[in-house]
Structures are given as C-alpha cells and as structure tokens.
Write a protein that binds this ligand. Structure first.
Ligand code: BES
Ligand code: MN
Ligand code: ZN
Length: 494
C-alpha cells in the first residue's frame, strides 16, 4: 500500500473512492462533504434527508458518480452524532470505510474523515490512527495455508486529506502509523505461527533480520551454555523438559549517545506452554502458542524503531524456550537458584513465565536502565480481572506507571493499574526456599508481579500482563499486536 497526505479540496480529488464523512440525526454536512454535494447538485443532502443512510458510526453507502467530479465513487461514511464525535466513533468510522473499500475493486481512495475533529485527537493522531487501522483491517495470516489462499486485493493507494495548516503533523502521524503498523504485522505473524515453526531459534532469526536491516540495531544471542555460565538457574529450569534449544536474545537500539541510559524492554518468549509437569488441561491448549506474545511485542517494537529511528536508546531482552513435560523436566517441589542468587521453590511448573523473566530482569541490570518494562502473557487471572479490553499494569514507580497509562490512552491501546504491596508479596512465602513461584489462587496477577518485583530493586519498572489483550478468540481468532501502540507512544515521546 502506498500512503499519502493531501491538502487538495474534495471536489478536485482525483481518486477512485472518495470517502466523505456524514453525521447522524440531521446534522449539517461537514465542509468537505458539502463542497462535493454542491458539485453534484445536492444528491448527498437528498440521500441524508430521505433517510437512505442514517449516518450512525460505521454506516457506509457507496454512490456512483456520473459527472462533475474527478472521482469514480463516493463512499459516505457515518460518524454518529456530530455533537458527540468521539475517538471511538472515529475509529469505528475509519474501520468501516476501509472495510467497505476493500470490498470493491477500486485501486485508490482519498479519505476526508481526517479533516473532522473527534474529541481527544489532533491531526497527528488522526492520520496515525487511520494508518494503524488500515494495517489492522488488511492483515491476513495465510503463510501456513497451501495454494493461493492470498485473496488478491485491488487496493493500492490511500490518501489521507487534511487542511494546509495540518499537513506537517498529519505527515508525521502517517509516518508513525506506518512504522507501528509494520511492527504490529510482524508481532501478529509471530504470534499466529504455530509452536513447531515459531521456536526460540525462529525468534532469533527474526531478530537477526531486524538487526541487519538497520545499523543502529545490534543483536546478541545467548545459548544454553552461556545461560549456565551466567547461572540462570530459573530460566534453565523451564527449558529442562524440552529438547528444543532455548535462546536468550539481546537487541540494542542506539538512537542517542551511549551515555544515555536506555529503556529496557523484556518480553516473555515461551514458544509453547504446555504447563510442564503441572500439565495444562487439553481445551484451548493450542492457544499457548501465543505465550511468546511478549517477545513478539519486543520484536515488533524493534521493527518499528528500525523504520522510525527516533532518539533514545532501547534494549530488548527476550528469554525464550518451551515449557514441556518429560523425564528431564522440573518437578513440583524442586528448588532452583536464580541468576540473582535467590532460591525458588517451584510449586507449580506452569508458573514458568516469572521464572524466565526473573533471570532476564537480573540480566537487564547490567544496562543501568532509566526504566524497565516487561511484557508477558503471564497470568490467566489477568483475563479474569480485566477481560480482553485492557492490559494489566503493575510497577514500583508511579511516574513510569502514569506515563505508560497515558501513553495507552493516547494510542487507543489501554491499560489499567493493579496494586503491589507487602500483603500480597507475603503470599509467596516458602518453608524451604527464599520464595515459592506461586502465591495461591487469590490475586494471581498481583502475586506474579510481586514475584518479579523481588528481582528489580530501585530501577523504575513496570510489568504489563497481556494475557487478555495479546490475542483474540472466536471467529477473529488471532494475535492483536498489543501493546505495541502503547509502547511506541511512550518511546516516541520519551
Ligand atoms: N501462559 C500462562 C498464562 C495464561 C493462561 C495466559 C491462559 C493466557 C491464557 C502462564 O504461564 C500460566 O500458566 N500461568 C498460570 C499461573 C498459575 C499456575 C499460578 C495461570 O495463570 O494459571
Ligand atoms: Mn504456564
Ligand atoms: Zn506461560
């Protein structure tokens, strides 16, 4: 897809599909729509008056254009009540417009939805969200289907229209939206790939490709021998049950002088989580191929960094392995020594994410980060607490937590904070080691974060539990690429 920003008037736009906003409840036509309406003798006003189209958010109506305009078709796009044009209705309208366009054979489109001003947006935001919407709607996962499952699509060129004054921020928003869209596409692909293809070695290959694409990015891959040398006993206890080699990836993005402390991102990379000896029940176990979505998020962010090359330094750490049962697997009751020296009684081998993350967090300290953010499909309990709408956010720094919450709101990729605290931390008590790896059934998301907090110390740190937001079930089953928009919002404004 080729993207453009244009400041041309709607009635002069040479495009196949001219997307024009309309509001519901008899509201006056928006200015771009009104100008086109005048050029075609009031047909649009007539259609709206007759009630052929309601203008509710997400309504669309495709009109042929006989003469008087350089476009082939007009796509009227409902935006809901004018007085209440929200960001949510904007997103609904943009998604619907692109979906309607994709059903046609029209190669080019120009959208004037970006000239309207939904609450809580500016020109930068409107083009960025529009570009992200395009990527999201156009995404298909067909790499594992035989034959030519790839439906040929006709759409080639999308122009986002704004006023002269808005052109500069709109171009920046478009550029960012494209970079983020590409990062999300990559994360979705990695998430959707099955565990027999998307192994730790596969993640390493993808990381290598990203590092090769941009001189600002370097990659280091540690194997199990190096992990043993580093005494990563917690990480190694998880991979003990599988013959698939574990990998520990360290990506570095250098967008500022080396003296600037980096933001460290740590992504959980369990490429399949069967639970280990604490085996999971069969229903929906296939979804545990998505247990590397934290890692996919970090790789998607690096893909976007490679594209957008913002200032700032970022380190991406991905501990990656499988969690399988076997004769060599870790057993409930086993006690291991983490890289930090702290000992852990593994009461449930299915609480493996925190075991690979704790060694990764310990390793991360060597970069003296200004902030550490880990991203993990960590607990089923988070899905119970927040559903699939918001990412769980916990951390030791109010400032970093608030910045990330705000970034999520701005990027329409929302999170919600849950507390930490000694009372929860006490649930990890063990009679036999420094701590147990589980804290009982209650407050499972919080006790998992308390476990991680024990390996963090003073560094500002936030944990993002994406168990509910990283993928969808049902007819639209698939990875979402969340929380890449939230993280990119933070990194681009850092
Ligand atoms: N990867 C899972 C968490 C998960 C489960 C995410 C279902 C999304 C959907 C994690 O490794 C896990 O198994 N967690 C356990 C922890 C428990 C044993 C304390 C869980 O949530 O049941
Ligand atoms: Mn598990
Ligand atoms: Zn897991």
């Amino acid at each position: 897809m080729e993207f453009h920003v244009s400041t041309a008037a709607a009635e002069k736009q040479r495009t196949a599909c001219l997307m024009l906003p309309v509001y519901s409840k008899g509201a006056a036509l928006p200015s771009a729509t009104r100008r086109v309406d005048r050029a075609i003798g009031g047909l649009i006003a007539e259609i709206m008056d007759a009630g052929d189209m309601q203008g509710d958010a997400g309504n669309t109506l495709l009109l042929p254009v006989a003469e008087g305009l350089p476009c082939k078709r007009i796509l009227l796009v409902g935006c809901g009540p004018k007085a209440d044009f929200s960001r949510k209705n904007y997103l609904t309208a943009v998604r619907a417009a692109f979906a309607a366009w994709r059903k046609t054979k029209l190669a080019t489109a120009a959208s004037y939805l970006t000239t309207e001003s939904p609450r809580g947006t500016d020109p930068y935001r409107r083009t960025r969200l529009a570009a992200e919407c395009w990527y999201d709607g156009a995404y298909r996962f067909t790499t594992m289907k035989s034959g030519d499952a790839d439906e040929a699509t006709s759409q080639q060129e999308l122009t986002l229209c704004v006023s002269d004054r808005q052109a500069a921020p709109a171009r920046k928003g478009l550029k960012h939206g494209i970079g983020i869209g590409e990062g999300i596409d990559l994360a979705k692909d990695l998430g959707n790939l099955p565990g027999n293809v998307c192994t730790p070695s596969h993640l390493a290959q993808v990381a290598r490709r990203i590092a090769k694409s941009n001189a600002k990015i370097t990659l280091e891959v540690l194997g199990e021998a190096e992990m043993r040398k580093l005494k990563m006993g917690a990480m190694l206890s998880v991979t003990a049950g599988t013959s698939e080699p574990a990998k520990f990836l360290v990506l570095r993005y250098k967008g500022s002088a080396a003296s600037k402390a980096p933001v460290v991102l740590v992504g959980k990379g369990i490429t399949f989580d069967a639970g280990g000896i604490s085996l999971k029940p069969p229903p929906q176990m296939d979804e545990m191929k998505y247990d590397m979505c934290g890692a996919a998020t970090v790789l998607g962010v690096f893909q976007a960094l490679a594209r957008l090359t913002p200032t700032g330094n970022v380190v991406g750490i991905i501990p990656s392995c499988e969690n399988l049962p076997s004769g060599t697997a870790t057993k409930p009751g086993d006690i291991v020594t983490s890289m930090s020296g702290k000992t852990i009684e593994i009461l449930n081998t299915d609480a493996e994410g925190r075991l690979i993350l704790c060694d990764a967090l310990t390793y991360a300290k060597r970069f003296k980060p200004s902030a550490m953010i880990d991203i993990a499909t960590l607990t089923g309990a988070c899905l119970i607490a927040l559903g699939r709408h918001r990412t769980g956010l916990l951390g030791n720094s109010d400032q970093l937590a608030n910045r990330l919450l705000t970034a999520g709101d701005r990027a329409s990729d929302e999170a919600w904070r849950l507390p930490l605290g000694d009372a929860y931390d006490a649930q990890l008590r063990s009679n036999f080691a420094d701590m147990a790896n589980i804290g009982g059934r209650e407050a499972g998301t919080i006790t998992a974060a308390c476990f991680l907090a024990r390996f963090v110390d003073e560094t500002p740190w936030v944990h993002l539990d994406i168990a509910g937001t990283a993928w969808r079930q049902g007819a639209r089953k698939g990875a979402t690429g969340r929380p890449i928009p939230l993280l990119m919002e933070y990194l681009l404004n850092h």
